[in-house]
Design a protein around this ligand. Structure first.
Ligand SMILES: [Fe+2]
Length: 249
């Protein structure tokens, strides 16, 4: 069995048995896959650890691609290993980060994964906590109700893929002949983005450009993504997920 859901942002109540009774039928070879903004690796507090331990206790295996709301500095400390044909980081024995640009085979189906997204609620800037005027700027922006983030605390450059990750993605898609069963990302390719909310603030960026390239060059059955906080079925096999948990396999 494989279920897919959208952004969790470190809140995993939806997976508790009362909210997700389907897990009674599930084992460790069954999966729940989160389309980014997992948020389970955040401030390194005991609360983080408790949440990951709770996920580990649930009967299924939790998988996620990265979003933009992950603590990438902390995430990077977990060792990388190979699993089901692609690279993962194992946060707990049954809680795995599916890394960018990988192709996994689960239950005989192939999945291309490419996490990441650009944060769009940062119009007032990214503050550097090492800057001399950091405290002053922080207080000022707070008092103005500014939309800003602090580097390495609430924003990370690694929210967008690196050049090496794009190359890895291209290599792996080439290897499988640009044909997979499913694609799992956090943000959407340009064409889908444009149709999602015309006139809204979602703009194209390097990653949505890349995903557009993938959309045009790759054959797939369904493409799951999150980030835009809506549950919606779209044309062309695209599925935008937020709080719903959808059974795929
Ligand atoms: Fe997001």
């Amino acid at each position: 069995m494989l279920y897919v859901t959208g952004d969790t942002h470190g809140e995993f109540e939806r997976f508790e048995p009362a909210n997700f009774p389907e897990q009674q039928e599930m084992g460790r070879e069954d999966y729940v896959l989160i389309c980014g903004d997992f948020g389970g690796v955040w401030d390194g507090s005991r609360r983080d650890a408790r949440k990951l331990d709770r996920l580990e206790q649930l009967p299924f295996t939790t998988l996620f691609v990265s979003g933009n709301h992950e603590n990438f500095d902390r995430l990077a400390r977990y060792p990388v290993e190979e699993w089901q044909g692609g690279l993962v980081q194992r946060l707990r024995p049954h809680v795995l980060h599916l890394m960018r640009g990988q192709v996994f085979t689960l239950e005989g189906r192939t999945f291309f994964t490419m996490g990441g997204a650009r944060s769009h609620d940062v119009e007032d800037g990214i503050l550097d906590p090492r800057a001399d005027d950091f405290e002053e700027q922080y207080r000022l922006l707070r008092s103005m109700g500014g939309r800003f983030r602090v580097a390495h605390r609430t924003w990370w450059r690694q929210e967008l893929p690196s050049e090496a990750e794009y190359q890895e993605a291209r290599r792996n898609l080439e290897r499988v002949g640009h044909r997979v069963d499913y694609i799992v990302t956090h943000c959407a390719p340009n064409q889908v983005l444009d149709g999602l909310a015309p006139g809204e603030s979602y703009t194209h960026d390097r990653l949505t450009d890349f995903l557009e390239e993938v959309r045009q060059a790759t054959t797939f059955r369904h493409w799951f993504f999150g980030h835009y906080h809506e549950d919606r079925l779209l044309d062309g096999g695209f599925v935008l997920l937020w709080e719903q948990i959808v059974r795929l396999l």
